[in-house]
Design a protein around this ligand. Structure first.
Ligand code: NAP
Ligand code: ZN
Length: 352
């Protein structure tokens, strides 16, 4: 067992603060690495502040983790000390069910998925898994990813959640040349969606509630920007979209977006608000055989594919680097949609 420094929420209301946690010694298939950077996802905020059911305190969030390997177990083949390594939202799954065997561990059929934080830790009975707001981590090599040393490491971190969460549905629902794709919300997830949809060659439209982000939306790869609160602007796109992916983190009316889908178009929800969306109009769905779907992150194989794609196409996140002591300030800014476009924690700020 080793001690790691960490930043934790002790309850839903107080600011996060420094603490010490335990990490296991690396087993035969484990990789231990020093965390250099960790992205700040809106899910960290939802969990730390108990907006979703089931937060276990103390809670150490963080699932966009990049770092350098310090030690590996005797059976590890893919990593050695000194290598770069990354971990996203999962650290284990049952590995035997059909979904796991197909490389879609995020949909593990036996509920065997172990999330990077706030899951029951199979290695420490009675405790939760602790995430990336910490000095080091130990993870089964099958859940560790390889990252390029050619990209800005801090800006790679958000690919591990925000990147894959958009890459996976864009691929699955066929965002390619000739398709019209909408991305709702220009936050951490949304800005990766705009970059990736553009890179896949789709005609990409950003929907934002923040007129001040329109210019950035275009710079990031949107062909068009629509202010979603403006009904006239929305109506101009009625019935024209193949796919719309919504990253919005609060409950809202889905009908204005469903109306923009073509026949057989799909609205994919990846945002996971605390309160449910109002039920959408059935008529709006049945007349054009439209679908509403959901999607969660991506499997390990697909995450590696996404990281390789991003390295090849020089795609990283647009980030604001912060010391860990500013985490609560970052959460408050996130709630005001004031992020450009992902906070990343410089873990060197975590001092003993
Ligand atoms: P974020 O950086 O806070 O971005 C959310 C964006 O939503 C905001 O920047 C804003 O963009 C838009 N928005 C905010 N309030 C709005 C409102 N009242 N009406 C319409 N739009 C609004 O959050 P994130 O880290 O991208 O995460 C987004 C959501 O996805 C969270 O719920 C998170 O838990 C979830 N998530 C899901 C998965 C998954 O696998 N499915 C993975 C990671 C995160 P504009 O200013 O452009 O409107
Ligand atoms: Zn996330």
């Amino acid at each position: 067992m080793t001690k790691a420094l960490a930043f934790a929420a002790q309850d839903a209301v107080r600011p996060l603060g420094q603490t010490t946690i335990e990490r296991r010694e690396p087993g035969p298939r484990d990789v231990q690495f020093q965390i250099l950077f960790c992205g700040v996802c809106h899910s960290d905020l939802h969990t730390a502040r108990s907006q979703w059911p089931g937060t276990i305190y103390p809670c150490v969030p963080g699932h966009e983790i990049v770092g350098r390997v310090t030690k590996v177990g005797s059976g590890v083949k893919g990593f050695k000390a000194g290598d770069l390594a990354a971990v996203g939202c999962m650290v284990d799954s049952c590995k035997t069910c059909p979904s796991c065997r197909e490389g879609m561990e995020q949909y593990c059929d036996t509920n065997g998925i172990v999330f990077t934080y706030n899951s029951k830790d199979p290695h420490f009975p009675g405790k939760a898994t602790y995430g990336g707001y910490s000095s080091h981590i130990v993870v089964d090599e099958r859940f560790c990813l390889h990252i390029s040393d050619k990209l800005n490491l801090a800006a790679v971190a958000p690919l591990l959640c925000a990147g894959i969460t958009l890459y996976s549905p864009l691929k699955h629902w066929g965002a390619t040349k000739g398709k019209k794709v909408g991305i709702v919300g220009l936050g951490g997830l949304g800005h990766m969606g705009v970059k990736l949809s553009h890179a896949f060659g789709a005609h990409t439209v950003l929907f934002t509630t923040s007129p001040g982000k329109a210019e950035d939306g275009k710079r990031l790869g949107a062909d068009e920007v629509v202010i979603s609160k403006n009904e006239d602007e929305m109506n101009k796109h009625a019935g024209t979209f193949d796919l719309i992916v919504s990253t919005v983190a609060v409950s809202h009316n889905l009908d204005p977006f469903i109306s923009l889908l073509k026949r057989d178009g799909t609205l994919v929800l990846v945002g996971a608000p605390e309160h449910p969306h109002p039920s959408p109009s059935v008529f709006n769905l049945i007349f054009r055989r439209r679908s509403i779907a959901g999607s969660i992150i991506g499997g390990i194989r697909e995450t590696q594919e996404m990281l390789d794609f991003c390295a090849k196409h020089n795609i990283v996140s647009d980030i604001e680097l912060i010391p860990i002591q500013k985490i609560d300030e970052a959460y408050e800014r996130m709630l005001k949609s004031d992020v450009k476009y992902r906070f990343v924690i410089d873990m060197a700020s975590l001092k003993g």
